[in-house]
Every structure is written in C-alpha cells, then in structure tokens.
Design a protein around this ligand. Structure first.
Ligand code: FE
Length: 254
C-alpha cells in the first residue's frame, strides 16, 4: 500500500493509490487520482473495504482543492460499490456508462445524490478538469458491454480500467513484457469479449500519444516501447468468444 506519482509538473499531477485493499480475498485494485489546478477526479474508487482510506488519501492529496468528478469505467463492485459514500461526502459528480446508471443504484444510492450520477454516452465525452480536457473514450466489451477509458493529454496516460489487468505479480511497473504475460493472459482470454473488439481498440488508441498505460488491477506500462508492445499484444490476442464458442457443452451428468 502506498502512492506512486506517475506525473507531476506542478499544475497537473497523476497519483496511483496502490492497493489500499491489502491482502485478502478481494482482487487487488488500483485507484487513480488526477489533479489539475486544484481540481480532482478519482478513477474507479472501489468498494467499502477501502472507501475510508481512499477518501482520506484523496482529500489529503487535494489539499484545499475540490473533487470534481468520480469516474466509473464500468459497473463492477470493485469500482462502484462505494459510490454512494463518495457522493454523500463530496460535491463531485459521478460518471458511468449510460447502460449502468439504473443498476449502480442497487448498491444503495440516496435520493439526495442520485441526480449526481450521470450516464456517459456510448461514443464517450470530454470532462473538463479545471481547464484540462480529459478524453473519455469508448472501450465497450473490454470487458463490460458498457465500458470507458480515460486519456489524459497532459500526462499522456491512458487509464485502461480492466484492460491490461494483471494478477499475482509482486511489482507495480512492468519491466519485462514477455515475463509479465503470464500474469495477464488468463484474465484477458476469459474476460475480454473478442479479438474483433481488441483490434478496433488498438486502431483507435494508436491515434493517441501515450507514455503510460495504467490499468485498474496490477502493474502499469511506461514508455512508448512498452506501450506499443501492449497494444500489439491486444491486437493479436484470441479471447472471449473466440475461445469459448468451441467449449460450450452440457456438463457430464449421471
Ligand atoms: Fe471489471
């Protein structure tokens, strides 16, 4: 548990709040905070187990600044479960895919704050963080059918949510891509829907100037060479229905 500063130019700061969940049965998760001119956005803030720690660390990082946005890449509990707490204790507005705005309230959303959960259209949008335009880009079916990522043009970081997730390694930055594959492969083959969507994503993000790819679970990728290796790998991966269609069978029974 700790903080890693991914970018800081004095006005704009990107902080990785690494694994506030600690050890246990819950999947390891990263929380990301972007602060621009004293305005903040928390990305995929997580569930109740880490809520109070992530909230207090976020407020400490903001100093006298304000939390403007809560970004929810998709609807999974490790992302949205504590959304009500964040909305009750801050004046921030939460954004998630419009596919999920009627599902997130099932985690319990007070009437007082329900109007501060806003749907992101399928095509994405721009969030103005204190004058810095953050691009909310479509990443549907990677893995959720209503899924978005954030590209931050100031730091050149692409926040990929579950894409790029790795589990089980003991480092937070990838230094050897080929060695790292063993921690990523199983998750992507089972959770990401198909190679078709991977190819479309790769073609889209090649239009961005990316220095860091920062997933919501596991280690991040830094530097153009590492970023390109990751995008190339995604583009080629057979996953999801590419593999599952051949495995559909009734379980053996007496
Ligand atoms: Fe997920």
């Amino acid at each position: 548990m700790g903080n890693t500063v991914l970018f800081d130019d004095g006005v704009h700061k990107n902080i990785l709040l690494e694994d506030f969940a600690g050890s246990g049965t819950a999947v390891q998760a990263n929380q990301h905070l972007i602060i621009h001119n004293g305005k903040g956005v928390i990305l995929d803030p997580g569930g109740h187990k880490i809520y109070s720690k992530v909230l207090s660390e976020t407020m400490a990082q903001l100093g006298g600044g304000t939390l403007e946005f809560i970004f929810l890449s998709h609807q999974d509990p490790d992302i949205v479960a504590a959304c009500n707490g964040w909305l009750m204790t801050t004046d921030a507005t939460a954004y998630c895919s419009e596919l999920w705005t009627r599902f997130v309230p099932h985690f319990g959303l007070d009437n007082l704050v329900a109007d501060r959960l806003i749907g992101i259209p399928d095509e994405g949008m721009v969030l103005d963080l204190g004058g810095c335009p953050l691009l909310v880009i479509p990443a549907h079916f990677m893995h959720s059918c209503g899924n978005h990522q954030i590209y931050d043009p100031a730091s050149k970081i692409l926040y990929t949510g579950d894409l790029g997730a790795s589990l089980g390694q003991d480092y937070i930055e990838v230094s050897d891509f080929d060695t790292h594959l063993q921690y990523m492969e199983g998750f992507h083959k089972r959770y990401i829907v198909s190679n078709t969507i991977m190819r479309a994503w790769a073609a889209m993000v090649r239009n961005l100037d990316i220095e860091v790819i920062a997933p919501q679970h596991g280690a991040f990728f830094r530097g153009k060479e590492m970023v390109n290796k990751f995008i190339d790998w995604c583009e080629e991966l057979q996953c999801g229905i590419d593999l599952m269609a051949a495995k559909m069978a009734i379980p053996a029974h007496g």
